[in-house]
Design a protein around this ligand. Structure first.
Ligand code: HEM
Length: 224
């Protein structure tokens, strides 16, 4: 408990929870790629996930704790840093910092709002048309995730929200990756540019993977 109170302990917790969230995102983007196989792809994937039964709920609970810790400490540490330096530096020219680094709290908070919106939308089916019809539309007994996603991205506003959130995800993950290595003491001036490039690449792959879904639906390549 005292470790969670110290700022080093909280930084470490942010690094570890951030890494777990990136693993979740990688798994999620890979799983989502099954939509390109067609309705059988993503629907079968969703059925396999639900077949995990109680284990799925354990994973969901662990992920919720991980997510809450990451967001909570992120906000706390940002507020503490600001309180420790109420007046901004007069000269910032020599500080090596990037747009992604400077906007971590903003991209993080917008991603929090996005995840709430996204879970309400695709997991709890808030605002999804014809939910009753979709409930047993896959093989006569399963929820039709494919039709839900394709019709969902038939609305321009949803495409806009998702693409904007994925661009912020790119910035958040690209800086988060090197921040993780720095907190664990694995980075130095010499290797930092290399880690920066790896972080950008990882974030680009994930964001492009996610963005490809609404975009290919919007242009009609993935359709009902
Ligand atoms: C185009 C991008 C995305 C698509 C098409 C998508 C699709 C989906 C779908 C269909 C579900 C519901 C699965 C089911 O109920 O069987 C889901 C759940 C979820 N997604 Fe996404 N997702 C996207 C991006 C993201 C991103 C970027 C994040 C995190 C930052 C995320 C986090 C989640 C979470 C936390 C859940 C709830 C998992 C659960 O029900 O246990 N998603 N997503």
């Amino acid at each position: 408990m005292s470790m969670l109170k110290s700022s080093v302990g909280r930084k470490l917790t942010m690094a570890v929870t951030g890494a777990i969230l990136v693993l979740f995102i990688l798994g999620h983007v890979l799983g989502n790629m099954s939509i390109f196989v067609g309705p059988e792809g993503i629907n079968a994937y969703a059925v396999h996930l639900r077949d995990l039964g109680p284990l799925l709920w354990v994973v969901r609970l662990v992920m919720l704790v991980v997510f809450v810790l990451h967001v909570w400490f992120g906000i706390q540490l940002t507020l503490e840093n600001r309180a420790a330096r109420p007046v901004d530096y007069q000269q910032k020219k020599n500080l090596v910092t990037t747009f992604a680094a400077k906007t971590m709290i903003i991209s993080g908070l917008v991603l929090l709002a996005f995840v709430i919106y996204h879970v309400l939308h695709f997991t709890l089916h808030v605002g999804v048309d014809n939910v009753d019809q979709l409930a047993k539309a896959y093989m006569g007994e399963h929820f039709d995730v494919y039709t839900m996603v394709v019709t969902g991205f038939g609305k321009a506003i949803n495409v806009l929200v998702y693409v904007a959130a994925m661009i912020l995800l790119f910035f958040h993950v690209s800086h988060g990756f090197q921040s993780f290595l720095q907190t664990l003491g694995l980075s130095n001036e010499c290797v930092q540019p290399k880690y920066q490039a790896v972080g950008k690449f990882l974030a680009l792959v994930v964001s492009i993977g996610f963005i490809s879904i609404p975009v290919l639906i919007m242009v009609g390549i993935v359709k009902l």
